[in-house]
Design a protein around this ligand. Sequence first.
Ligand code: KIV
Ligand code: ZN
Length: 517
Amino acid sequence: MSKNKDKLVIFDTTLRDGEQSPGASMNVSEKLRIAKVLEKLNVDVIEAGFPIASRGDFDAVFNISSNIKNSTICALARAIEKDIDAAGEAIKPAKSSRIHTFIATSEIHMQKKLGMSKKEVIDQAVKSIKRIKKYTNNIEFSPEDAGRSEFDFLSEIIEKAINAGANTINIPDTVGYNIPEQFGNLIKKLIYNIPNSDKAIFSVHCHNDLGLAVANSLSAVMNGARQVECTINGLGERAGNASLEEVVMTVKTRQDIFNCDTQINTGHIVPASKLVSSITGFPVQPNKAIVGANAFAHESGIHQDGVLKHRETYEIMKAQDVGWQENKLVLGKHSGRNALKTRLSEIGYEIKDTSELNILFKKFKDLADIKHEIYDDDLHSLISNASGKEDSQNYNLVSIKSISDSSSEPYSEITLEKNMERFNSDSKGGGPVDAAFKAIEKIVNSNSVLQLYSVNNITDGTDSLGEVTVRMEKQGIIVNGIGSDTDIVIASAKAYLDAINKLNNKANIVHPQLDHV
Ligand code: KIV
Ligand code: ZN
């Protein structure tokens, strides 16, 4: 970063707002793995969760606070005492911590959601910011739905929030309603009009309902915002948030325009994107900027010719700069533990814990026995599916036998284990996957609805790992389950169980923005 440029703080909210995407729930160990990749990316602030929401959210924030050293760990809290206290306890082990509190300031939210007057909202915000000081002096305040709030009231509450101790003021376009010129002007006017605005960093948090989250964020940056809240792959509530990779690469590529720069290690962007996609079960569309499979592929003859003569004719960034590597054949049946560890580190995963390496090595050997040639993409999948699933309190797959025969109805026999107890069942079905799901249902009796089933092959060839995603819904709670195996019936059963386990662990979660203060 050049010395005479401002720093643009990158605040990643994949683990909080990203997790609010329907189905994107993650368990503690999955969140920790994503946090480690975010640390490698050199993200300044990781919003690790909303501790009051559930025991799992609290544990995730606590765990991430204990393990991440190079990024500030932030916890979200509504402007309520019990939320702030939970956030404060969860971030206690962090080397550097922040609490982010918010309360709605638009007329429609204050009247219809909170049932509070303007004065009550200001008092609640100020009281909450003061309470946060018990835990940390790094305090972020968001007037929720700022993008639709009345300007004078917004200015008044921000001024009082800064006086109370907030040092980051985040302006959310909560419903993705703003357009770039308008949003940029809002930031400029706020900074200009609020007398103590120089005492805080102005931040933006844009949703993508009109596809403008990145454009709005960048317009805000051009008008003085110095923190952007964003997520890997643009994950987030409804249409998602501004995508980290697009914001960071635009600022880096257009240094002729931007008066600031980030400290992101862009070479880790693609591994981060792959990890988030496979943990959450949200595939990345092929034509997605930066991280889509086609983002650097040149299909048309004219483009290929140009790129071969002189790369810059059609490419404004280098694929390697964002972490694209050839999907190399890297390891095989005879590769040892060290070779695995080294290659994992080269593609972005530092495995320090011996027991974690042992588990991965065993899975790697099992795969190499079947598949012989292991590519980088197999390793990404192995990592994403390696841990956190075999918890003895969850249903785990012990064995499955499935019969697919053109002359008789497909049939499946299954054994599951939970809390050291084994359960057997069998079923016929419309196909082997259907039979397996029906056999599982006889045991788990989930009363859920299967909303989506999809299979992707990880590498080319018929011996490739198949990665299956299922989306299940029960009483308004949606989860994605993922499983991979060279046998797609087994991958499907694993994905189904992953979803069932997530549904069982997801009951009674508090949603930050739907629950009333
Ligand atoms: O979109 C939003 O307003 C939020 C707040 C909690 C910052 O996510
Ligand atoms: Zn949001």
